[in-house]
Design a protein around this ligand. Sequence first.
Ligand code: SF4
Ligand code: SF4
Length: 96
Amino acid sequence: MDKITNCEGCSACCQVMLIRFSGVLPEDYKKARGIRTIGPFMALSAPCPQLKDGKCGIYPTRPRMCGAFPIGGLDCVLCRKLGEEEAGKKKGVGGE
Ligand code: SF4
Ligand code: SF4
């Protein structure tokens, strides 16, 4: 995959809540419906309510953590991969 350098046409990290654990994920989380675990990450499909037509509706005043999200970093790549999988499921291809 080419290095990701901009967010054009992507809002994957506004649609998935990604939480990184430093230790072992609790078994309860692994069993919970709607929560996926990927390595040290827990991922929950939870679109941000500020997302309007694929864009941030409060972009100039978005939370600092949104502005600090590292484009092209591991979290970004993972969000995009999960987003592509979700899109694939909706089209009836791929998925688990
Ligand atoms: S997932 Fe990455 S490329 Fe997509 S909007 Fe977020 S930071 Fe940008
Ligand atoms: S506030 Fe804006 S940038 Fe932050 S997650 Fe929501 S839609 Fe995305």
